[in-house]
Design a protein around this ligand. Structure first.
Ligand SMILES: [Zn+2]
Length: 147
């Protein structure tokens, strides 16, 4: 599997220690469509922090298969509390999540802005999953792609 590059469209990609950044070609392609400096008008995205990518847990997720990436900091600022406290972080997170909906093969799009799976809001399609997953995704954006 390809590695997530250290730069995407000029945006620096910083990895948490010990992140296995081997993900599928589709995952890299989807990231390339949403990670760019001008994703949010009036704000500049210069750095994302990937807290996790390919990992073995949870087994019933897309992470073990290299089909998911978690982003927990924007321009060096943690999404929690940045999404609440920092207008720039909030705008960029919203822009990334919104843009990911148009990324090729996008599947799960979970974060503080909303939780969607294959384009549908979990609040309507699966309220039980929403109740379980929403609290876990206030501090990062989880993006995954189809097989
Ligand atoms: Zn995740």
């Amino acid at each position: 599997m390809p590695a997530i590059p250290n730069t995407i469209n000029g945006v620096n990609v910083v990895f948490a220690p010990n992140v296995n950044n081997d993900v599928t070609t589709k995952m890299v392609a989807a990231l390339r469509t949403v990670i760019n400096p001008g994703i949010a008008p009036g704000h500049v995205l210069h750095t994302i922090y990937i807290s996790s990518a390919r990992r073995m847990q949870p087994a019933a997720s897309n992470h073990p298969y290299g089909r998911a990436v978690d982003v927990s900091r924007i321009n060096g600022i943690r999404i929690d509390p940045g999404f609440t406290d920092d207008p720039s972080v909030r705008a960029i997170v919203k822009a990334i999540q919104t843009a990911f909906e148009t990324a090729p093969n996008r599947r799960e799009n979970y974060g503080p802005a909303f939780l969607k799976k294959s384009g549908a809001l979990l609040t309507t399609t699966n309220p039980a999953a929403y109740e379980r997953l929403a609290p876990m995704h206030q501090n990062h954006i989880h993006m995954s792609v189809d097989v």
